[in-house]
Design a protein around this ligand. Sequence first.
Ligand SMILES: Cc1ncc(COP(=O)(O)O)c(C=O)c1O
Length: 144
Amino acid sequence: MEVFFGNSGTEAVEGAIKLARYHTKRDKLIAFYGCFTGATLGSLSLTASKSTQRKNFGTLLGGVEHIPYPYAYRCELGHTKETCGGEIIELLEQQIFKRLFAPEEVAAIIVEPVQAKAASSRRRCFPAGTSAHLQQTRHHADPG
Ligand SMILES: Cc1ncc(COP(=O)(O)O)c(C=O)c1O
């Protein structure tokens, strides 16, 4: 096991982006609306919490797409905790992977288990079921 000591969350995310791109030789990154992953330029490209956090910093990293964060407790689409999150997998497969890029081009999907800094100021938790779905979806992206 290797350990990376950093001074901040954003440094950890910068390291994760570089490691994922270097190791996979892919450039696409998927993050969730509402996430706060840091304020340096790479991490800020994933951050999608408040537009003021990105304002006046110009074009950020390319290859980044954002998708809605599933939130079973107050699901905007009326899902229950059992079904919430399925629409994310559907969106990934039917929109992102079909229309934008193939899963083989994805270096990483960055997930906050708890979104604590979302613009709504409410803490939101990622449904356990969705994590399992994401693990299944991963097989599309994993090298054969
Ligand atoms: C999930 C997550 N990642 C990254 C960061 C960025 O951390 P820092 O402010 O230490 O750079 C935060 C900060 O709140 C965070 O909540």
